[in-house]
Design a protein around this ligand. Structure first.
Ligand code: FMN
Length: 303
């Protein structure tokens, strides 16, 4: 077993928020998917205080090396999630991490407080990629903005581990990670999607996506994820969840050697819903005999 912020995990692979719907997977594949659950912990899609419809279609554009999505965080809102989804997710054979987002500090605090009370929830992840309605700043793009958010929110998490999901769309994710650590984050996760767009082939000058721009993910962002994980690891001592374009064990091991303690698989799960299991097995056989996080150790293992 691996210890992640006091939570025992069977291996080092989890899902990226919003890229694996455990409830829909159970409907499609039956209880077998819970018996062979692909991830060591399940990270929920982002939950907001009020329900959200998400962005107008089209919501996806396929790239040669990944996806641009402008899903827009549709969800049932806190009350709907607690009523309808949490009881089903509580049956998962792995710990549940609730991912939350709000555009006011008070909203984030309410979400965190509501999940902190629930025994079904092992940890919280803050998605800080949205603007603060009062300051207009992206909450996770500015170290001072994030520090103020965490000062407000951290007490509401009580003893639950609090993970801050960093945005790559900022001047220095490492500066933001350092602020997160100093202001009470127990771990950081990165990278979220990179802002991008595609032009509509049939309407010159118009964007394809209903939301205008979207988030780029998949193999196209892997090199950026590696660089940012390495920079963040050099600045913080708290655990790092690394993600971005992981498709196989080799990619997961690369992120671990860049400094990630845990690795998340996102876009690859759309192609292969059991990718998490495959990648965990491949990564653990590649890592056999080596310390998981060589970036922290005295020796760097070269391959
Ligand atoms: C369709 C889609 C939906 C996503 N939804 C969320 C979300 O609700 N909350 C969040 O924090 N990240 C969300 N993400 C970002 C992923 O969790 C992950 O950070 C990112 O996709 C990079 O990993 P990948 O390249 O392996 O997909 C989403 C990504 C995709 C592709």
């Amino acid at each position: 077993m691996i210890d992640f912020c006091g939570i025992p995990l069977a291996h080092r692979i989890v899902n990226g928020s919003g890229t694996f719907d455990a409830i829909a997977a159970r409907r499609a594949f039956g209880d077998a998917i819970y018996e062979q659950f692909p991830f060591a912990a399940f990270v929920s899609k982002t939950v907001t205080l009020e329900p959200r419809q998400g962005n107008p279609p089209p919501r996806l554009w396929e790239l040669p090396g990944g996806l641009i999505n402008s899903i827009g965080l549709p969800n049932k809102g806190l009350a709907g999630y607690l009523r309808e989804d949490l009881p089903q997710l509580a049956e998962l054979p792995v710990p549940l991490i609730a991912n939350v987002m709000g555009s006011r500090r008070e909203d984030v605090a309410r979400l965190v407080a509501a999940f902190a009370e629930r025994d079904e929830v092992a940890a919280l992840e803050l998605n800080v990629s949205c603007p603060n309605v009062k300051t207009g700043l992206i909450m996770g793009a500015d170290p001072r903005e994030l520090a103020a958010l965490l000062d407000h929110v951290r007490p509401h998490a009580q003893a639950k581990p609090l993970i801050v999901k960093l945005t790559p769309n900022c001047a220095s994710p490492a500066d933001v990670a350092a602020a997160a650590e100093q202001h009470g984050a127990d771990a950081v996760s990165l990278i979220n999607t990179l802002r991008g767009m595609a032009m509509d082939p049939h309407r010159p000058g118009e964007p394809w996506l209903g939301g205008g721009t979207g988030g780029v993910s998949g193999p196209a962002v892997r090199a950026i994820a590696l660089a940012q994980v390495r920079e963040v690891r050099a600045r913080v001592a708290i655990p790092v969840i690394g993600m971005g374009g992981v498709q196989c064990g080799r990619h997961a091991v690369d992120l671990q050697r860049a400094g990630a303690d845990i690795v998340a698989v996102g876009t690859e799960s759309f192609r292969d819903p059991l990718a998490g299991r495959r990648i965990a097995a491949e990564a653990s056989s590649l890592m056999e005999g080596f310390p998981a996080n060589t970036a922290r150790g005295p020796e760097v293992v070269r391959v």
